[in-house]
Design a protein around this ligand. Sequence first.
Ligand code: GRF
Length: 221
Amino acid sequence: MTPDPALDESSLDSTASLVSPSVPPSLLTEGVPLKLGVMASGSGSNFEAVNSAIAKGQLNAQIQVLIYNNPEAKAAVRAANWNIPAVLLNHRDFQRREDLDQQIVYTLRNYEVEWVVMAGWMRLITPVLIDAFPNQIINIHPSLLPSFRGVRAVEQALEAGVKITGCTVHIVCLEVDSGPILLQAAVPVLPDDTSQSLHARIQVQEHRILPQAIALAARKH
Ligand code: GRF
């Protein structure tokens, strides 16, 4: 049987993406600069993307502080490169999650943070943090929520055999990877994708939508 060209998956544009909703550029640059605090546990490529957007004048904001919980986090090196204060709050130094969150709140307040961005923060958070910044904490997750919550979201999508996945920025509530959705980007799953290759393409979209979602959350508040 001759293959139907319309079904030829190799012709998929791997860079194809759909972002919804579309954010008017004016929303990103208007108003007084947003005072952001970023929380990261790992590589910090999303932290980098927000810094780049600010530096290019694509987001009117200032990152007051980076909080990281893992002494090895590359995000801390990025913070030094951008001249942004970085505070290590190692979860191993705290007996209870609430104690860590109390220190996070103290640090965020100390740096006069208004909006909190969880950019790869790999710890569960408690009402101590959520109640201190009600509806002012946002999170980025590598799936189209509500599908594939929790860890290994990219692997979960591959295991489920979905043909489209993506990333989501949402307001944080107590339930993990839940809360009102701000912005999503769709990413096609390619036939030969590994979790690494798929995550890499999802991250391109994460870096694109996170600055937009910050503006969306803050300016529509
Ligand atoms: C991202 O994929 C994000 O969606 C998830 O953790 C990852 C962090 O990546 N919550 P990075 O540290 O920003 O590179």
